[in-house]
Design a binder for this molecule. Sequence first.
Ligand code: ZN
Length: 237
Amino acid sequence: MSAVVLGAAAGAAALGTGLWGTYAQNSRLFGRALGHGPAGPSGRPYVYLTFDDGPNADATPRILETLARAEVPAAFFMVGRHVRLFPELARSAAAAGHEVGNHTDSHVKLHRRGPGTIRRELAAAHAAIQETTGRAPRSFRAPHGFRNPFVVPAAERLGYRVFGWSFGVWDTARPGAEEIRRRMRAKIRPGAILLLHDGDGYDVRGDRTQTAAALPGLIADARAAGYEFRPLADLLA
Ligand SMILES: [Zn+2]
């Protein structure tokens, strides 16, 4: 093999590693993102419920109501801009004891941004959440999980733990509430951090009512399979 071919192969391998670090939501290349929790006791395994991109005027109140009725804790990774639009929903989530995490201020894909923009995006959402809920966020999840070398240091400067997720069920594509529920039933496993969406990062009016409609059945399915919903805050220590 010629040196040129070898060089090209090494370049492709390096590029592949870089892309993996950028796009894999739990990759360690650009700093650790927690993608699952402990499995919990056998016979009563743990799962962690998370919602991204809210608050949303239609879906978030329904989801909060379901969580309250079922006594299930969840984490909401909120977009700063949406928190300023729906402060009462952000306050309700925090007041109910749910974890409210930072999901940037305007849901930008961070992997192509420099350190200044990344710091500003995180700081603006941090301020919005703290001023609205009275509590400083302690956790961060990057939009789409996309990161680069500047993201985790910016999050750690704010004292955050960075979260990925174990799996999503493409609820944003709106396949129907029953299908969302079915996919979750098929994929759930001990220690999983489940990704759902109570909002749309790019559209404040985005429709997430299917996710809200799927939630009661989804909780019932998980409990029937022996799972216990644990707060994401358990993983902050
Ligand atoms: Zn998002």
